[in-house]
Design a protein around this ligand. Structure first.
Ligand SMILES: Cc1ncc(COP(=O)(O)O)c(C=O)c1O
Length: 268
C-alpha cells in the first residue's frame, strides 16, 4: 500500500510504499504495485493473473496511525478470495495486544492467510515470526528458510513468557480500557488546542495529528522522561507498554497539554 512500512530488509523495503525509506538501497526487488490504502477499487484495478498476494498493515503505523476505513479489510479479504490470491497482514506493529485484541485481525475481524509478527512478540527481546494457514504453511518445510539466529530457543522462551503475561495479566482488556481512556484524554486536548487536527487509533496504538511538524515535541517530551514519537512528520504516535496505568497516562497528557499550549502560542 502507499504510505506503508514493512521494514528495511531488501524485499520488505521494496514492499514499503514510501520512497524516503528506499532512497540509496536499490536495486529493489521488483514486482510490487502500490495503491492507496483504504481504496478497495484501486486494489481491484491492479490485480492481474500474476498477482500472488495483497499485503497490508491492519493499521498503518509508520504512515501516521492510519485506521482502515470501515469494511476495508473485509473487502480486501473478499477481493483476494475471489481472485484466488493470498492476504498478508503485517502485524509487526499491531500484533500482541497493541490494538486491543491479541492481533489486529481480531480487532477488525478478518483472518488473513499469512501474518508477519515481531516487536511485542517477545516483550522487547529480538524475535520475528510468520503465521500461516495450514494450507499456505505447508509450502514451507523445516529448514527451507533458515537463518543464523532463526529458531532461537532463548527468543522463543521470552516470547512464551511474554504471551503468558499478556494473557495472565489480562493486558488485552487493559489495552482496550486504558486505550479508550488515553484517547478520550487526547480528544480533550484536541478540543482545547487548535493545532490538533485529529485523534485516532485503536487500543494502545494512538495518533494525534497536528498542523505543525512534531519532531521537536518528541525531543521535549523525552527531556521530561516521556517517550513518544513523530511519524509522517505531523503525527504524534503513542504506543506505550501494555502495562501502562491511568496515572501514567495522566502524566503524559498533562505534559502534552503544556507543550501544545507552548507550540500554539509560538505558531499564532
Ligand atoms: C508494520 C511494520 N512492519 C515491519 C516493521 C519493521 O520490522 P523490523 O524492523 O523488525 O524489520 C515495522 C517497524 O516499525 C513495522 O511497523
Amino acid at each position: 500500500m502507499e504510505n506503508s512500512f514493512h521494514g528495511r530488509t531488501l524485499t520488505a523495503l521494496s514492499a514499503t510504499g514510501q520512497k524516503k525509506y528506499q532512497k540509496g538501497f536499490g536495486p529493489l526487488t521488483p514486482g510490487f504495485k502500490h495503491v492507496s490504502y483504504g481504496d478497495i477499487n484501486a486494489a481491484a484495478d491492479v490485480i492481474s493473473k500474476k498477482t500472488a498476494a495483497v499485503m497490508v498493515e491492519p493499521v498503518q503505523g509508520e504512515g501516521g496511525v492510519i485506521m482502515p476505513p470501515t469494511g476495508y479489510l473485509k473487502d480486501l479479504k473478499k477481493l483476494c478470495q475471489e481472485n484466488n490470491i493470498l492476504l498478508i497482514f503485517d502485524e509487526v506493529q499491531t500484533g500482541f495486544g497493541r490494538t486491543g485484541r491479541m492481533f489486529g485481525s481480531q480487532t477488525f475481524k478478518v483472518t488473513p492467510d499469512i501474518t508477519a509478527l515481531a516487536k511485542g512478540i517477545a516483550g522487547g527481546f529480538p524475535m520475528g515470526a510468520i503465521l500461516a494457514s495450514r494450507e499456505v504453511g505447508n509450502a514451507f518445510q523445516p529448514s527451507n528458510h533458515a537463518a543464523t539466529f532463526g529458531g532461537n530457543p532463548l527468543a522463543c522462551a521470552a516470547a512464551k513468557a511474554s504471551i503468558q503475561v499478556i494473557l495472565n495479566e489480562d493486558l488485552l482488556s487493559k489495552s482496550r480500557e486504558n486505550g479508550d481512556y488515553f484517547k478520550s484524554k487526547l480528544n480533550y486536548l484536541k478540543d482545547d488546542h487548535g493545532i490538533v487536527e485529529d485523534v485516532r487509533g485503536s487500543g494502545l496504538m494512538l495518533g494525534m495529528e497536528l498542523d505543525i511538524n512534531c519532531a521537536e515535541m518528541v525531543d521535549e517530551m523525552r527531556s521530561l522522561g516521556i517517550l513518544i514519537n513523530c511519524t509522517a512528520d505531523k503525527v504524534l504516535r503513542f504506543v506505550p507498554p501494555l502495562v501502562i496505568e491511568k496515572d501514567q497516562i495522566d502524566i503524559v497528557t498533562c505534559n502534552l497539554d503544556d507543550l501544545l499550549q507552548k507550540y500554539s502560542e509560538s505558531t499564532s
